[in-house]
Write a protein that binds this ligand. Structure first.
Ligand SMILES: Nc1ncnc2c1ncn2[C@@H]1O[C@H](COP(=O)(O)OP(=O)(O)OP(=O)(O)O)[C@@H](O)[C@H]1O
Ligand SMILES: O=P(O)(O)OC[C@H]1O[C@H](OP(=O)(O)OP(=O)(O)O)[C@H](O)[C@@H]1O
Ligand SMILES: [Mg+2]
Length: 302
């Protein structure tokens, strides 16, 4: 492994090396104007456009790396962050990392699931049962909140198969489409945590240099997230149709309205955060708009 530069006047962000969050995390950070030179072992990326480096790691290690000050920020699932926070609290320790910003990808939920043939009557039914999970602290907290005493069986993977193998009666694991549960004849009965990828950072702030870099990154992330699905819509329309036309704009900010030299119609430009579909364009045209043009938005600074 090539040496990690020891400087602390640079910001270091941990992201997943490979896995579900690896590529979207890099794409999002790149959309904030960050570009890197990768080390030969592909574990460290040196920031070339800003003093912001990447550390490529297992996602479970990210909260600990923040706690130890090895890295400053991290992109990790809320499920992982919340589990490690719950473990610290259960140990009587104050968590030193927290969620800074939800990032809008990696959506899933941590759910409790039971065999399909159980008639679910509520959490009390789990009393004395064995529940397999990779999230023992979140599950233990939920059981305590529900006043239920059950055995938590810790498994690091393939949790859904545990009931079929006789290792557990129920499970608590991540669910997205629900296909894995269905394939294992399980049904979800409670949600313990709604999750997505988040930017995690220390509860305490940074020193001045890294604090400024972190603030800059947060502003850019905020801008990048706001325009992620946004389009700029340009069109012309007669003034009198605007009251029917403007409500049709998909989740738009107040449009800029300009007079067109020598023409009666107005020219409008609207930043739309909702989906600008063909169907919506056709509706706008029927309502009196013409010359409709949809443009991608590369960046935005409020
Ligand atoms: N089915 C899913 N749909 C959507 N998001 C998911 C799904 N499963 C997991 N995630 C999210 O993606 C994160 C990373 O999942 P992944 O399967 O890549 O983790 P991993 O196998 O623990 O990876 P690593 O090798 O880094 O430890 C999870 O912690 C969760 O936040
Ligand atoms: O509701 P679904 O869309 O079926 O997704 C849920 C599955 O996805 C994840 O597993 P993954 O596919 O990442 O496998 P792994 O955890 O065994 O690596 C999670 O642990 C569930 O098993
Ligand atoms: Mg992991």
């Amino acid at each position: 492994m090539s040496p990690v530069p020891p400087s602390r006047d640079r910001l270091r962000i941990a992201i997943q090396k490979s896995g579900r969050l690896a590529e979207p995390a890099r794409t999002l950070l790149a959309s904030c104007g960050l570009h890197w030179r990768e080390s030969r072992d592909r574990l460290f990326c040196y920031g070339e456009t800003l003093p912001v480096d990447l550390l490529l790691v297992r996602d479970d290690d990210i909260p600990g790396l923040i706690a130890d000050g090895v890295c400053d920020l991290g992109v990790v699932g809320r499920n992982v962050l919340a589990e490690q926070q719950a473990a610290q609290v259960a140990d009587g320790r104050e968590p030193v990392f927290r969620e800074w910003l939800p990032l809008g990808f990696g959506g899933c939920r941590l759910a409790l699931a039971v065999p399909e043939d159980w008639g679910w009557q509520g959490p009390a039914q789990l009393s004395g049962k064995r529940i397999a999970t990779s999230y023992p602290s979140l599950l233990a907290r939920w059981l305590a909140d529900e006043g239920v005493s059950a055995d938590v069986v810790m498994l690091s993977g393939s949790v859904e198969i545990a009931p079929r193998l006789g290792q557990a009666d129920a499970i608590c694991d991540l669910v997205s489409s629900g296909a894995t549960l269905a394939a294992n004849q399980l049904k979800p009965v409670a949600t313990l945590c709604e999750s997505e990828a988040v930017l995690a950072g220390p509860v305490a702030g940074f020193d001045a240099v890294r604090g400024e870099l972190a603030a800059l990154l947060m502003r850019r992330l905020d801008g990048a997230l706001r325009i992620r699905h946004s389009k700029l819509l340009l069109f012309q329309a007669p003034r009198d149709v605007l009251p029917t036309l403007l409500p049709l704009l998909p989740d738009a900010e107040t449009p800029t309205v300009m007079r067109v030299d020598g023409a009666d119609d107005l020219a409008l430009q609207a930043l739309c955060h909702g989906a600008v579909t063909w169907q919506r364009l056709e509706e706008l045209k029927r309502a009196g708009a013409h010359g409709l043009m949809v443009l991608p938005v590369e960046g935005m600074l409020a």
